[in-house]
Design a protein around this ligand. Structure first.
Ligand SMILES: Nc1ncnc2c1ncn2[C@@H]1O[C@H](COP(=O)(O)OP(=O)(O)OP(=O)(O)O)[C@@H](O)[C@H]1O
Ligand SMILES: [Mn+2]
Ligand SMILES: [Mn+2]
Length: 650
């Protein structure tokens, strides 16, 4: 290093390790910004040829400059393997910087919610230990971090954790000296909460902080608990809760701070990471103790570390079984709204359609080649669903989500099936449609041909299966003609195909607007009515609407319904389009949703909700239930671009 000073410009910060002024200034080059928030802009930077990160705080008042110097004093004192390392600083008006190493994997929040990183239990345990070590070290120095949250934890290429952002950190003794009354009125030092849109910090703030009582090291323990719980579940705090009215407003994100504050101070906590997420009960109980409402009852980091070591030893000795991580389901949280998740005890054979086991790897590449257009934008897909039994006694909807069909990364297939006269056709088609599609692709069909044929193949195979079952029952089963409607989306690179038979519906959010990609096939549609009658079907006005045959079916296309063939055809209508940059997400849903929510409303609900496909799906389904939908409801949402669950929350 060419030149360095060990004291800052004012003389209040000093270090024998770290240069506190950058001389000459030309040794530092700021490159592109990587983050910009209320408090600072963070740049990629070059310093003496090294790739670093420069944090340039926004300093507007002399208080801000004092804060910068406090942060610098603390950072130059800290030296710990799991705390962000200050490489150099510059504190001479008008330029104030911190220089840090670049942590390649960014922050933990991005890793969890943007990259959807789902670490195995050993990695979770490692990060817990690293953070507990870092915080234990700070507390020994008498430093409170006061902003422990995933966005302030940085990850290197090996997913080691580093605690960063000392923007709110203080010596505990200085904090105690603060006149309580003065910071009650100015809102400081609770920091972010009082700034606009700083809900993010609120989620990790201890109840005593929200009550504006004095903060202790136990407030960091609380933030640590919420953070590692989020790490273990992958779920952003409170967004998954639907039973609490407060959580509901989190999703709407309009006036949440006040209500969430009240809820947290009255005991609301995020959904605990437990066995369902593969977390040993000893760790779950540690998290619970760490977010106890009473700071005195929370363990110190000394105790936390002991406990974590015990848990890790138990794990290594095989005393805790490494439970397989399961994706979280929403059964428990939906119960109070009368929403029931679709259960999986199917009455119909799981294995349906041709055996495609050996063929999946051969077919993908040929399609990919066919429809790749190098200039076009390829979607980045994230998908989720929510299924609700609604007011019905049985669940006859079914769905499938195959973001990478048979391991082909550029091919995705999603389908919603709405059964009638029994769940059998929908259950059968869930497996049969993908299998027939793959089989057709293997035969050399184009995506469009294969998709369309998947419907008709499934229909013939299902009706054949029905015949066999009827024969086996030796005439005991009569009048058994189950059927289902189906909406299926196939994505091959940037080619989007939507096949529909019946009254499920698929819409696309393009340029921010709802665009219908399918037409409802019901007897109220006169072209459909004409088609049915021309094929010998009977359409009559019954009770309140047009219906087909003695079965009084409202839909005019379906899989199954063998008593109504060929008039009620399984042949889908297929919409084909090339995705553009302006395409944001798809909604595929059964009519239980569309009976209560218009296409435009659905799009705007998704826009206003946390951008997480399962959450967004739940939001829509729950809204339909609240509006009195009595039908089964299934919603699949497919985001076509990189989304962050954070973008609406923070
Ligand atoms: N050393 C680093 N390596 C990689 N990314 C970094 C580094 N420092 C900061 N970042 C990125 O910049 C973001 C903001 O940094 P930091 O939290 O220090 O700033 P801040 O303005 O105080 O943020 P906040 O709004 O959370 O208070 C981080 O969340 C991280 O994504
Ligand atoms: Mn930060
Ligand atoms: Mn900060």
């Amino acid at each position: 290093m060419s030149s360095s000073s060990t004291t800052c410009f004012r003389g209040c910060c000093s270090s024998d390790r770290i240069p506190l002024a950058i001389v000459p200034k030309s040794s530092l080059t700021l490159l592109s910004p990587i983050a910009s928030g209320a408090e600072s802009t963070v740049y990629q930077a070059r310093f003496h040829g090294e790739c670093l990160v420069a944090k340039k705080p926004r300093l507007q008042t002399s208080d801000d400059i004092d804060r910068y110097h406090t942060e610098l004093q603390l950072l130059s004192k800290i030296d710990h393997p799991n705390i962000i390392k200050l490489v150099a600083a510059h504190a001479q008006p008008p330029d104030y910087f911190f220089l840090f190493p670049m942590y390649e994997q960014g922050n933990l929040s991005q890793a969890l919610h943007i990259k959807e990183w789902s670490p195995p239990w050993e990695v979770i345990a490692k990060i817990c230990l690293q953070l507990a070590n870092a915080l234990g070290y700070l507390h020994k120095l008498g430093i409170l971090h006061r902003d422990v949250k995933p966005a302030n934890i940085f990850l290197d290429s090996e997913m080691n954790a580093y605690l960063g952002d000392f923007g709110l950190a203080m010596l505990e003794k200085d904090l105690q000296g603060t006149n309580l009354q003065s910071w009650k009125s100015t809102g400081k030092p609770t920091g972010g909460f009082y700034k606009k849109n700083m809900v993010g910090t609120l989620l990790y703030m201890a109840p005593e902080v929200l009550r504006k009582q004095v903060q202790t090291e136990k407030s960091d323990v609380y933030g640590f608990a919420v953070t590692i719980n989020e790490l273990a579940t992958g779920v952003l705090p409170y967004t998954d809760r639907r039973t609490e009215a407060q959580a509901h407003t989190v999703l709407e994100m309009n006036y949440t701070e006040q209500q969430l504050t009240v809820a947290i101070t009255s005991g609301l906590r995020p959904v605990l990471a437990d066995a369902q997420w593969g977390i040993p009960s000893s760790l779950s109980s540690l998290i619970e103790r760490c977010w106890n409402d009473d700071p005195k009852l929370r363990p110190s980091f000394h105790d936390i570390l002991e406990e974590l070591h015990r848990i890790c030893t138990d794990l290594n000795m095989g005393r805790i079984r490494d439970v397989k991580k399961v994706t979280h389901d929403s059964n428990t949280v939906s119960a109070n709204l009368g929403v029931q998740l679709q259960n999986d005890d199917s009455h119909w054979p799981r294995k349906a359609g041709p055996n495609t086991k050996d063929s999946v790897l051969s077919w993908g590449p040929s399609w990919c080649k066919r429809s790749v257009d190098k200039t076009a934008c390829t979607p980045t897909i994230s998908s989720g669903f929510f299924a609700a039994r609604g007011g019905r006694d049985t669940m006859e909807d079914s769905c499938f989500l195959l973001p990478q069909v048979g391991g082909a990364t550029n091919i995705s297939l999603f389908g919603v099936l709405d059964g009638h006269r029994g769940p059998e056709a929908a259950e059968y088609a869930t497996h049969a449609i993908p299998n027939h599609l793959i089989a057709r692709a293997d035969m050399g069909c184009s995506p469009l041909e294969a998709l369309s044929a998947a419907f008709t193949d499934t229909d013939s195979a299902f009706r054949h299966e029905l015949d066999l079952q009827r024969q086996r029952s030796k005439g005991q089963v009569k009048n058994w003609h189950p059927g289902c409607t189906a909406a299926v989306v196939l994505l091959v690179n940037n080619l989007l195909l939507v096949a529909n038979a019946g009254d499920c519906r698929t819409i696309l959010c393009r340029d921010g607007q709802a665009t219908a990609l399918s037409k409802d096939h019901t007897a109220s549609c006169c072209t459909e009515r004409d088609r049915v009658t021309s094929l010998g079907g009977q359409v009559t006005w019954q009770v309140d609407t047009w219906r087909v045959g003695t079965a009084a079916l409202q839909v005019t296309r379906s899989i199954g319904d063998d008593d109504l063939k060929p008039a009620v055809t399984a042949e889908p209508e297929v919409t084909e389009l090339i995705l553009t940059e302006n395409d944001e997400f798809l909604i595929i849903a059964s009519d239980g949703l569309w009976d209560k929510i218009s296409n435009e409303e659905a799009v705007s609900f998704v826009k206003d909700t946390v951008k997480e496909p399962t959450m967004s799906s739940k939001r829509l389904a729950t809204e339909a239930v609240e509006r009195g939908s009595t039908d089964n409801i299934t919603v699949i949402i497919v985001f076509l671009k990189h989304v962050s669950t954070l973008e609406r929350v923070f």
